[in-house]
Design a protein around this ligand. Sequence first.
Ligand code: ATP
Ligand code: MG
Length: 414
Amino acid sequence: MHDILPERIALWHRLEDAVRGILAGYGYAEIRTPLVEVTDLFRRSIGEVTDIVEKEMYSFDDRNGDSLSLRPEGTASCVRAAIEHGLLVQPQRLWYRGPMFRYERPQRGRYRQFHQIGVETFGLAGPDIDLELILLTARLWCALGLQGFRLEINSLGDSDERLAYRERLLAYLHDHADQLDAESCKRLHTNPLRVLDSKHPQTRQIVAAAPSLMDYLGAETRSHFERICHGLDEAGIDYQVNPRLVRGLDYYNRTVFEWITDDLGAQGTVCAGGRYDSLVEQLGGKATPAVGFAMGLERLVELLELTGHAVDPAVDAYLVAFGDAAQQAAPMLAERLRDAVPRLRLMTHCGGGSVKSQFKKADRSGARYALVLGETELERDVFGIKPLREEGDQRDLGFDELATFLSQSCGRDL
Ligand code: ATP
Ligand code: MG
């Protein structure tokens, strides 16, 4: 678990603001759910025989003896909340953000507290909504200036199709059981499809030659999948059909997809999701089709950092004041400036000090301008203004002139 320090926060804001803007542009509404849920919710949704539930959850008994867990992902909570509050009487397009907790082996791109923004839609059964989710994420990468992501998609079929495939896969894996890693051998008896997702090199080789789920899809599932592919073709979005793409959670059916980058080393998946039409019913609601995804914010922030995007300095102007009278007048003058210039980011110097030390702080703040208030400026009812990031002499401006100047040079679109 890590701290996010002020020096990196601008990257987080840039990412979060971009996502929020794009989701608003598609009509998605934010939902906020608790960080803690009863453990059983995750057992029943994610699946008993998954890495997350078997060994990654932070679970504890509360004072009443009920088992609670820090949420390892957001979908289960969204579904619970949607059922509990009767949201499913009409289609819903929801999004959430926040920390998730998994007891994993910490490494680059993999943490025990990490952050996701996720989207869940309910009540929409067709391939059009699956496509919308992918288009929306593609638009986001574009808005963030992130390039070179690979889109992998697959269809896991419906439950009877998956069952037939499961039989076939099991037979194949049994024939090669001596070459599988121990974890995967265990999965043979519990959840053989998860073997397809193994990160173990030798197991991956075996899996590469395994029968493909694609061959077991019925006409309806196949057409659902093909319509998504067709939409992606029309939108000019490249993708690879990866028949081994399953997902680490049990609740998916039909569409699954991942956006992957090669720029982050081993943990290259930045966004992953899929359809989960049976989960709502499984958790006690009335049968409702659903599809969603989640993206890992740490990985995306690291990419933004790697691409070296210029980050806006935190403040536009830094007000220094010399002498008692000026120091006393400074806070109220700064308030008036903030009134006059909407969205101005003005930091006022606090704690007095010499001219030299105050200017040093002004420089360190990253501000574009130092605003200077001394005895003479105060008497003449002006501010000195000195550019800090480019050449230029200090000059005097009256309050209104200064307000106009700052509005024009620091005004930002929000
Ligand atoms: P992975 O294969 O990387 O373990 P996952 O299948 O467990 O991912 P999901 O549960 O679908 O991932 O989560 C969606 C996204 O959240 C991932 O693609 C990744 O970007 C991010 N993510 C998942 N686990 C972590 C973690 N421990 N630390 C940082 N980011 C994570
Ligand atoms: Mg994982």
